[in-house]
Structure formats: structure tokens, C-alpha cells
Design a protein around this ligand. Structure first.
Ligand code: CTP
Length: 406
């Protein structure tokens, strides 16, 4: 589902990358490199302001293609003017960084430079990654322009909160290059008609932390990578994704809810699944937690031992059963105990159960690879050791098959 079709003609892989005069343009160099790595052919178009920050030569070098600017607008290519030629060649257009000025021009339909002329002439999916000072970002004019563009089908990757180049804090940082790359892959994949398109998918990931006192917790080594891969895959297939996780989720172009304990995760999941179609419980939720959190820090003093009083946590997955919600559970077993996983599927009533043996070589907790068996209502699909991304694709295939069989 990467949308990669290396055998397709050159134009089939071309992505127009419009760069404008924002300081975040240094990240656009990384974005263009990343797009090349993803198998795309970026065609970079710089505005005049962009060229004051980064020379088109830099983009030509990293994209391994000529980079366009307003000068090139007046050169005919193949009998066509550049803006028409570029718009005809490319399949997807992304503007990153997109300044308030360029966004305003796009919203108004102005075409006073090559980038905006291409935008008007282009008929494929368009993605914008705004970046600017927080006050400019919150200005009613910018808010209205972004709303208008979104209503016309432009995918807006909202600016993030954080420290801004102007030294102030606020919302205005460009979405990270990884998020933009994923959005480009999704646009190329053309997922509008797939079974997951438009569906709300809630995914949990990471190990929960159960507080003992103000500084200590009971946790586990789950890295959250498997859940993250499932969330990315669902996003690529056109789903509306909410990732409820205990881990940072840098570069996720969808909603992320950060939580800490099993209680936090349970509350977030119950809230998110209300209008969801699919729940994937990939998180390693603690089965037990301290009966109560000690105020302050437990002192060592002259204790020789410390006994913790633990109670069961709430079973999040069990509490979410309702008609219309397709549920996926995970069973991490210490050993090849597939039969136990089958019993878990029957006991929990989930639609799919993903079994993995955490003791198997090179897979499981913290690793980039996994080996899983997907237990469905009809069959068991074994996915031998491969990337977590490939495992996620296999899981998404089975979710799609399950949704279609309904
Ligand atoms: N799970 C949950 N809430 C909990 C514990 C687990 O929703 N309090 C979910 C996990 O996210 C996973 C599934 O239940 O999708 C199974 O978790 P796992 O720890 O493998 O199994 P348990 O049911 O806890 O059984 P056991 O520890 O006995 O193997």
C-alpha cells in the first residue's frame, strides 16, 4: 500500500513540491530527499521569497531534477508553458512550507508567480503544510483561507505548537517532513474507494505506566512501534485515525492522544470509540496496578523490603464491545502458544486476534520486525518474520476483508 509503482512512467511518480519563503524551508530539503527515498520524483517550484532562503540549485541536487522558479515560467517546455507542463506531468502537489501569503493567493485564485499558476492549472490532490508566526496563523484571514482551501478539498496539515523561529512560542511550526511524506504516499495511493476510506480507526500503542508514587511507576518495554505501524497503514488507506499512545508519535499526520496509565488509556479509548468503526488494541496494557498512588516519594529509610499492593486494571478491550465496532485484540505470549491465543479470541469476542510470540528470535517488543499469526473468524494467516510495516499491512488487509464481509 505504499502506492509505489516503480514501473510506472516517470510522470506517474512526479510530485510537485512548492516551496515558499518561510524559515521552515530548511526542512523542505529533508522532505524532498525523503520523497526521493519513497520512490517519488519531486519537481520543486520556488517562489522568489523561497530563493532568498534556499537556492533552487540545492533542490535540483536533492531531487535529481531541474528545479523551477519564476524565470522558468517564461520558458516553453515541449511546446507548453511551464505551469501547464508541470501541472500535466505531476500526480500530486504539496506546498511545504506554505506561507500565509501563498495560502492567501491560493484561496483567492491569484496566479502571479509560477507556483500559484501551477496550483490553478493542477487537477490532482493538493497538500499544504502552513508555517508562520503564531499571530499570523491565528489571524482570521489565515484561518478563513485555510478553511476555504480545506472545503475545496486541499489537505491541510496543520501547523504544530512549539518554539517558533521568531523566538516566540505558539502554533506555527510546519508539520514534520515524515508527516508530509505519509500524506503524499496516501494521495498517490488514491485510497478514496477502499473499505477503510473515511472509516474512523482507533489504535492504541505502547506500554502503560502505573504510578507507584510521585516518581516511580510499573511499566513494560513495549515500544509502541507495532501500533504506530497499524495507525500509519490505516491512514494510508484513507481512514480517519486516532492513535491513543503512551509513546511520542512524531510525524503522525493524524490525531494523537498521549496517555500514561491504563486508566488514562481506558478513558481516552472509551471517548474515541464512540463514533469509531474499528478499534485496534495493540497497546501493552498493564494487567495490575498499585491499589493507590503514594503521595510524594516512598522513602528508603531503613526498610529491608517493600511490598506493593496491586489490583487488577480495567480490561479496556472487554469494555468496548458493541455492534458495529470491529475490534482487533493482540495476544503477546511467551512461547508458541497459539492455542492460548485462539482461546483468548473466543473469550474476548474480538473480530481479529493478532498473536505473536515475544520470545521468538529478533521480533516482538522493541524490535523493528515482528512475526504474527492473524486469527480471523474463518482462517489463520501466518506472517513470517518481516517489518512491522508489512505486518501492519497484513493486519489492515484482514480488517478490510472483515469489514467487507459484514
Ligand atoms: N488489554 C486491555 N486491557 C487490559 C489488558 C489488556 O484492553 N487491562 C488488551 C491488550 O491491548 C490486548 C489484549 O487485551 O489487545 C490482550 O492482552 P494480553 O496482555 O496479551 O493478554 P491478557 O488478556 O492480559 O492475558 P494474559 O496476561 O493472561 O496472557
Amino acid at each position: 500500500m505504499s502506492g509505489q509503482t516503480p514501473t510506472a512512467p516517470a510522470g506517474e511518480r512526479t510530485v510537485l513540491v512548492g516551496v515558499t519563503g518561510g524559515i521552515a524551508i530548511y526542512k523542505a530539503v529533508e522532505l524532498v530527499r525523503g520523497l526521493v527515498k519513497d520512490g517519488f520524483q519531486p519537481l520543486v517550484v520556488s517562489t522568489q521569497a523561497a530563493q532568498r532562503f534556499v537556492m533552487p540549485l540545492t533542490f535540483a541536487a536533492v531531487s535529481q531534477a531541474p528545479a523551477l522558479d519564476d524565470e522558468s515560467a517564461w520558458q516553453a517546455s515541449g511546446g507548453w508553458f511551464q505551469h501547464i507542463e508541470a501541472a500535466r506531468t505531476a500526480r500530486v502537489m504539496v506546498v511545504a512550507p506554505a506561507t500565509a501569503n501563498t495560502l492567501a493567493k491560493m484561496a483567492a485564485g491569484l496566479a502571479d508567480n509560477l507556483l500559484t499558476a501551477i496550483y490553478l492549472a493542477f487537477r490532482g490532490p493538493v497538500i499544504v503544510a502552513p508555517t508562520m508566526n503564531w499571530a499570523m496563523n491565528e489571524h482570521p484571514a489565515t484561518v478563513a483561507n485555510l478553511r476555504l482551501l480545506a472545503a475545496r478539498g486541499v489537505e491541510v496539515l496543520p501547523a504544530e505548537e512549539g518554539e517558533l523561529a521568531c523566538g516566540e512560542e505558539g502554533s506555527g511550526r510546519m508539520a514534520p517532513p515524515e508527516a508530509i511524506r505519509l500524506a503524499v504516499r496516501r494521495a498517490f495511493a488514491g485510497t478514496a474507494a477502499g473499505p477503510l476510506a473515511g472509516k474512523k480507526v482507533v489504535v492504541t500503542s505502547g506500554g502503560t505506566r502505573e504510578r507507584i508514587d510521585a516518581v516511580r511507576f510499573i511499566g513494560n518495554r513495549s515500544s509502541g512501534k507495532m501500533g504506530r505501524a497499524v495507525a500509519d497503514e490505516a491512514y494510508l488507506r484513507g481512514a480517519r485515525v486516532a492513535l491513543v499512545t503512551t509513546q511520542p508519535a512524531d510525524g503522525a499526520p493524524y490525531g494523537v492522544v498521549r496517555v500514561e496509565s491504563s486508566d488514562d488509556m481506558g478513558a481516552a479509548v472509551r471517548e474515541q470509540v464512540r463514533d469509531a468503526d474499528v478499534l485496534v488494541m495493540a497497546a501493552a496494557v498493564a494487567d495490575f496496578k498499585p491499589r493507590s498512588e503514594e503521595a510524594g516519594k516512598i522513602q528508603r529509610g531503613d526498610r529491608e523490603a517493600l511490598t506493593l499492593d496491586l489490583v487488577r486494571t480495567v480490561d479496556i478491550l472487554a469494555g468496548t464491545a458493541r455492534p458495529g465496532l470491529f475490534r482487533v485484540g493482540f495476544a503477546a505470549e511467551a512461547g508458541p502458544r497459539l492455542q492460548r491465543a485462539r482461546e483468548k479470541k473466543a473469550a474476548t469476542g474480538v473480530d481479529l486476534l493478532v498473536f505473536n510470540d515475544i520470545l521468538a528470535e529478533g521480533v516482538g517488543i522493541g524490535a523493528d520486525e515482528n512475526a504474527i499469526t492473524i486469527i480471523t473468524a474463518r482462517e489463520e494467516i501466518e506472517v513470517p518474520r518481516t517489518s512491522k510495516r508489512a505486518c501492519a499491512a497484513a493486519i489492515a488487509d484482514q480488517i478490510e476483508a472483515g469489514l467487507q464481509a459484514r
